[in-house]
Design a protein around this ligand. Sequence first.
Ligand code: HEC
Length: 143
Amino acid sequence: MNKWGAATFLGTVFLGFGIFLVVCLGSIDKVSSGPMSSKEKLGKWVWQKHGCVECHCLFGNGGYLGPDLTVITRKMPIERLKRFFSEPPVMRPAKRRKHPELDEAKADAMIAYLKFTAKINTQGWPPQPGYVLKKNSGETKGE
Ligand code: HEC
């Protein structure tokens, strides 16, 4: 290989590696929402302790009785969320069973945690408006 051949080869290798690095760093930046604060961590603990996952999903993982809560803080006003946790309603399919009640500190931590999950780039999860069941046909159709 002559001098120019070697220079072209090395140039291409370095350029390729440079592009690779830029793309990697760029994609890390898109998914990361920074480290969790201690309040957000407390909220995650409340989520686990009260078994929210039995009935709700985060990022599509969990129970399907209640709605997916990944981006709930973008859909429900924070004041309404707070009231929902401090004066929980009776759950719709049940006659008497109430939603878990959280004291103010736990409700605040839960909201902080749910705000954290809402910041993570989920590429559009949960899908909106999703699929609906056509009455009596047993088929699903996308809207
Ligand atoms: C036993 C099942 C169950 C558990 C456990 C549960 N939920 Fe729910 N949750 C539901 C159901 C069902 C609904 C829908 C109620 C309705 O529409 O009346 C709901 C609704 C909600 C809503 C309102 C969503 C909306 O779009 O209106 C929020 C917020 C919520 N739950 C948060 C939580 C959190 C946080 C926990 C844990 C502390 C939790 N839930 C535990 C079943 C549950």
